[in-house]
Write a protein that binds this ligand. Structure first.
Ligand code: C2E
Ligand code: MG
Ligand code: MG
Length: 354
């Protein structure tokens, strides 16, 4: 093609590399888009197969950076491309932080730098505390204080989340045991579980060992719909079996962020779900729209009709709380009632509100 200077493909990877003529960003974007559209379909035998492409772009700059760096940068840009990504300094900062997190993660676990904060859940009518969600924070000696938004998805991509989740779960079980020993009220506490556990070898075995060790009561597991975003029928069967086994170990199962994914209603039938957690985005949408309020009400009714407890997340105002009561929601969680707090503060909160 006239705009290329040099092009190469690797035989061992589904990727191609191209050095282009000097081009403005918009021109390059248009040209690439066109090319990607044209080569999206491949003929394999008699079949037409769709093979969507992504592209990452890195400008060499002046003086030009070395080619190895440019290739790495372009690869990075391609990873977050939709479907074309340009390398920039924010991407560079992200990757720098990620590689530092990766080199520190194991030591951070050993040094106890991950902390569980507890956010209360409450009865929307009595305003008593009826439970909590455990949410992790990282107080890193090197990187400072990090909220989960900074590291959870990265730890899902490198697999470390499975270790971190076990660490968190064990701490919550310890907390429940201590509450009982100290005569504090014991309320159910939910712990988030990454979708990676669905495919983790030995997951059920380890979960069983923890149950035996702590004799923990009142632990709920929060799973997102994406945990059941199956690649194949076999994986689907396996994930359903894993959740059924967890339920049989007496873990209550919460469907987290309900209403944000595909909302595959057959999941409601196939999974032993105890709690439906309605995502904050649905609450926000209902504030401005009568039709969305009907959708919200119907979802709550559906949850109740299927024997689930229904809780809505992210309540920040009295108006939102009143709206939820009006559509029949019984439980809530949000900054209005209580922010995520450290263990000692939550113990005091429990004494006062449970
Ligand atoms: P999530 O499970 O949906 O947790 C609820 C998030 O909403 C929390 O964010 C919480 O602080 C926030 N939130 C609560 N009330 C309000 C409110 O009134 N308004 C607004 N705007 N936000 C509210 P956080 O703690 O930053 O956690 C983010 C996400 O990180 C969690 O979303 C969860 O998916 C993930 N996460 C946190 N801890 C863990 C963990 O130990 N393991 C795994 N796998 N994921 C975790
Ligand atoms: Mg959650
Ligand atoms: Mg949620």
């Amino acid at each position: 093609m006239p705009w290329t200077k040099l092009a190469a493909t690797r035989t061992n990877a589904a990727s191609a590399v191209c050095l282009t003529q000097p081009m403005e960003r918009d021109d390059l974007h248009g040209t690439l888009f066109q090319l990607m559209r044209e080569s999206e379909y491949l003929e394999v035998g008699h079949m037409l197969v769709r093979a969507p492409l992504v592209a990452g772009v890195c400008y060499l700059g002046a003086p030009p950076m070395d080619l190895g760096t440019a290739l790495n940068n372009a690869t990075l840009a391609a990873e977050s491309a939709e479907p074309i990504g340009f390398f920039n300094s924010a991407l560079q900062r992200d990757t720098l932080l990620q590689s530092r997190m990766e080199s520190l993660q194991q030591r951070a676990l050993e040094r106890g730098e991950f902390h569980i904060w507890y956010q209360p859940k409450y009865d929307l009518v009595t305003r008593r505390c009826v439970g909590a969600e455990a949410l992790v924070r990282w107080q890193s000696a090197e990187l400072g204080f990090l909220p989960p938004g900074k590291f959870i998805s990265f730890f899902e991509s490198n697999g470390f989340i499975t270790q971190l989740d076990f660490y968190n779960l064990e701490h919550v079980m310890e907390f429940q045991r201590d509450c009982k020993a100290k005569g504090l009220p014991v309320v159910p506490i939910s712990v988030n579980q990454s979708r990676l556990h669905m495919r983790e070898k030995g997951y059920l075995h380890r979960m069983h060992a923890l149950v035996e060790r702590y004799k923990a009561e009142g632990i709920e597991l929060e799973l997102m719909e994406t945990a059941f975003d199956f690649g194949s029928e076999a994986i689907r069967e396996h994930s359903l079996a894993v959740v059924t086994a967890l339920h049989a170990m007496d873990f209550a199962i919460d469907m987290d962020d309900f209403g944000t994914g595909y909302s595959d209603l057959s999941l409601l039938n196939q999974l032993p779900l105890d709690v439906m957690k309605i995502d904050r985005s649905l609450l926000l949408a209902s504030e401005g729209s009568e039709r969305m309020r009907i959708v919200l009400k119907m979802m709550i009714d559906l949850g109740h009709a299927l024997g689930m407890r229904v809780i809505c997340e992210g309540i920040e105002t009295e108006e939102q709380e009143a709206l939820l009561r009006a559509v029949g929601c019984k439980y809530g969680q949000g900054f209005l009632y209580g922010r995520p707090m450290q263990r000692a503060d939550f113990e005091a909160f429990l004494r006062a509100h449970a």
